[in-house]
Ligand binder design. Structure first.
Ligand SMILES: *Cc1c(COP(=O)(O)O)cnc(C)c1O
Length: 250
């Protein structure tokens, strides 16, 4: 018995499972990015994952992303990144913001210079992010979060709303829409999520036809318990926390 988590071994095993799921679906494993969800876990564990070759990390809370990664793209950016984010130059992590962003956190979200914002879930936050990105001279890569299951408690556009609002979001010059993201209702059996993943892919295909001016290829879907099913249904990014870093309840 040990409470030490072997992050390097977990990453190897998950990469193997990703590759196997991709091949089962007749896809290339290179089409699927592993996003290591490091929320609640300390920088020491992120450094272990970096040492094992992992580069993309997901955080739910903007302040936590800032505290851990600062502005990961530049050691000399202003405001100065916190000292915990001074990762070695050769192994810079790429932070992704995967949680809903409150309006008053939009400026800090932009300051993080995220590789990708996964959860743009309303026009208002898209406009605010666009404004702060313009001030910072950046173009932000974003995904639109869709609540495909229609759960009342969940964030995200309804499938109808995303079709309506996409045009206004695509017109924002400092956002670049790359695709869709979803979090299906939690059910332990991964097969239960399959119809939701398929629905997101179908919606993406419709949007790509209707709005060909954007590149809709990214589908961020699948977590520790269901990422293989998500890959079989077309995921290009899987967001895996527990299966890499262990339980967040400890
Ligand atoms: C926490 C979280 C994950 C990772 O969940 P695990 O079950 O630990 O893999 C993925 N996506 C989002 C949006 C999350 O908040």
């Amino acid at each position: 018995m040990t409470d030490t988590i072997d992050i390097a071994a977990n990453l190897i095993s998950i990469r193997e499972r990703i590759a196997a799921a991709a091949r089962r679906a007749g896809r290339s494993p290179d089409e699927v990015m592993l996003l290591a969800v490091s929320k609640t876990h300390p920088v020491a564990l992120i450094e272990q994952a970096l040492a094992a070759g992992q580069r993309d990390f997901g955080e739910n809370l903007v302040e936590e992303a800032w505290a851990k990664f600062g502005d990961a793209t530049s050691a000399t950016a202003s405001p100065t990144p916190p000292s915990s984010s001074e990762f070695p130059q050769a192994a810079r992590p790429r932070p992704h913001l995967i949680g809903p962003i409150q309006s008053r956190k939009a400026a800090l979200a932009v300051a993080c210079r995220p590789a990708l914002i996964h959860a743009v879930d309303r026009l208002k936050i898209a406009r605010r992010l666009d404004r702060f990105a313009a001030e910072a001279g950046l173009v932000l890569e974003v995904l639109l979060e869709v609540n495909v299951a229609g759960e009342a408690s969940k964030f995200g556009f309804t499938p109808e709303a995303v079709g309506r609002e996409a045009e206004a979001i695509l017109a924002l010059p400092h956002l670049r829409v790359r695709g869709l993201m979803t979090i299906p209702p939690y059910v332990p059996d991964p097969q239960a999520a399959r119809p939701h993943f398929a629905a997101l892919r179908g919606l993406r295909d419709q949007l790509a036809q209707r709005y060909p001016q954007a590149d809709w290829r990214t589908l961020s879907m699948g977590m520790s318990h269901d990422f293989e099913t998500a890959i079989e249904e077309g995921a290009t990014i899987v967001r895996v926390g527990t299966a890499i870093f262990g339980s967040r309840e400890t």
